[in-house]
Design a protein around this ligand. Structure first.
Ligand SMILES: Cc1ncc(COP(=O)(O)O)c(C=O)c1O
Length: 450
């Protein structure tokens, strides 16, 4: 048997069996995976390739990030060219021209009023950067008493300390101690009793935004720096905001001088049929975090977009002083900027930032056609995202979801699961027959799940 046909063997360099590999996999069931690995060895368009020659349809754009599809030649060429020309520039007190160009290009497609960009290398870093910008902004304006940060139950804001603290997924928080002081949470909006099988935004739950008012009453608004939410909470199972909810959050934050941060690490770059999710909802936050689709995931990168007044708040001191004592060695990395600029070109040339809006009705019909299959207790969708929520099995929460993921992979489809919720968000280049194929596989899997 040749190497290609032996997925159980790790790199030729060590010859070690995968079961004993040194690799401590992130957010994975290491022992379960290493016994029966699902390895990907190539990719193109909406497909992954396996070592044994199978083509796996990518139902979740990698990790919600490969929006333009895999290994796009234009992006690949830009990265290759850049790596040979200028591999690295220190981003502190020096720069590469692409960083400035890329920031200006991003602002052009961003919601109106968001005029400045701070670069990071991931969603997690973008979130922590945004939280620090919010605290720094208030401090610069003489409101250093605004120190509290408000997140939401079931929110996911990455894995750094700030993001973990404002995040609301208990499994991600419980073993890491007290996290960050001064953090509070509003309730999540998931409500199957009132909203099951909603198409697009569910009807009920706008009043949950008033939880911010309750926290203002508890702590006093003058102590609160920022509220951070995902416009659509994707990682915790696709929780679509109820009609009027984001508008209400915006209104309450504005009234109390609290900054509103939208974590758009997933919803930016076309997922909801507009460049940014905020534009789809018509609600403009004070800061936006993004990552993933910013480079089509070909090189790690994240960014925080902010309103002009936030940037200006930092610009009041002497010109020969560092305004924001924050940044990463790899902020605005040349390879990431090259990938990002090429990605924006691909998005533009192929109309990908609005394609989800065109596919939405077809996608919605396909998703909701799974209603009535065994164990399906909810189906929800927005843009090119759908979730199928399954009742937990008698073996415990998450087991049925895991089984769905494994069985789908055996049937040549990659679907992401979050507990017992299947989350689908394919590359924005997907064609209708491929959508059919994806849902046909999910249907097959659901019919046979224990
Ligand atoms: C909304 C949101 N914020 C932050 C992150 C963290 O991004 P990263 O994994 O790039 O650090 C994610 C990742 O899925 C996310 O969905």
């Amino acid at each position: 048997m040749n190497e290609r046909a032996r997925p159980e063997t790790v790199g030729a360099s060590t010859g070690a069996s995968l079961e004993n590999s040194a690799f401590f996999m992130p957010f994975s069931m290491n022992r379960h995976f290493k016994k029966a690995p699902r390895l990907l060895t190539g990719a193109e368009g909406v497909y992954y390739h396996t070592a044994d020659g199978r083509k796996i349809i990518d139902g979740t754009s990698g990790l919600w990030c490969v929006n333009a599809g895999h290994c796009r030649p234009k992006i690949v060429a830009a990265i290759q060219k850049q790596a040979a020309k200028l591999d690295f520039t220190p981003p502190f007190q020096l720069g590469n021209p692409m960083a400035f160009e890329f920031a200006d290009r991003l602002v052009k497609i961003a919601p109106k009023g968001l005029t400045r960009v701070f670069f990071a290398n991931s969603g997690s870093e973008s979130v922590d950067t945004a939280l620090k910008l919010a605290l720094g902004y208030h401090r610069m304006r003489g409101e250093g008493h605004r120190v509290r940060l408000i997140g939401r139950e079931r929110g996911y804001h990455g894995v750094n300390f700030g993001g973990t603290a404002v995040g609301g997924i208990v499994g991600n928080r419980k073993i890491f101690g007290a996290l960050v002081a001064g953090v509070d949470h509003i309730r999540h909006t998931h409500d199957l009793e009132r909203n099951a099988f909603s198409r697009g935004q569910p009807k009920h739950g706008a009043e949950l935004a008033d939880d911010v008012e309750r926290l203002c009453a508890l702590h006093d608004p003058s102590t609160i720096a920022a509220v951070i939410v995902e416009p659509v909470a994707c990682s915790a199972g696709v929780l679509v905001p109820p009609v009027g909810y984001l508008e209400r959050l915006r209104e309450i934050c504005t009234r109390h001088g609290i900054l509103l941060i939208f974590d758009e690490v997933i919803t930016a770059f076309g997922r909801l049929g507009k460049p940014f999710g905020s534009q789809h909802f018509g609600v403009t936050p004070d800061l936006i975090t993004c990552a993933k689709g910013i480079t089509n995931a070909a090189v790690p990168m994240g960014a925080v977009l902010m309103k002009e007044e936030i940037y200006q708040a930092f610009m009041g001191g002497p010109e020969k002083a560092i305004e924001m004592p924050h940044g990463y060695t790899y902020s605005a990395h040349p390879l990431a900027c090259a990938a990002g600029l090429a990605t924006l070109e691909v998005y533009e040339e192929e109309g990908l930032l609005t394609r989800a809006a065109e596919l939405w009705p077809y996608w919605e019909e396909q998703a909701h056609s799974l209603k009535g299959l065994p164990n399906v207790i909810d189906i929800r969708n927005i843009g090119l995202i759908a979730a199928i929520e399954l009742a937990p099995s008698a073996e415990g929460p998450g087991r049925r979801g895991l089984e769905a993921h494994v069985r789908a992979f055996e049937k040549d489809a990659y679907i992401r699961v979050s507990g017992d919720i299947i989350a689908l968000a394919p590359p924005l280049i997907i064609q209708k027959p491929e959508i059919d194929r994806l849902f046909a596989t999910v249907r097959d899997v659901l019919k046979t799940l224990p």
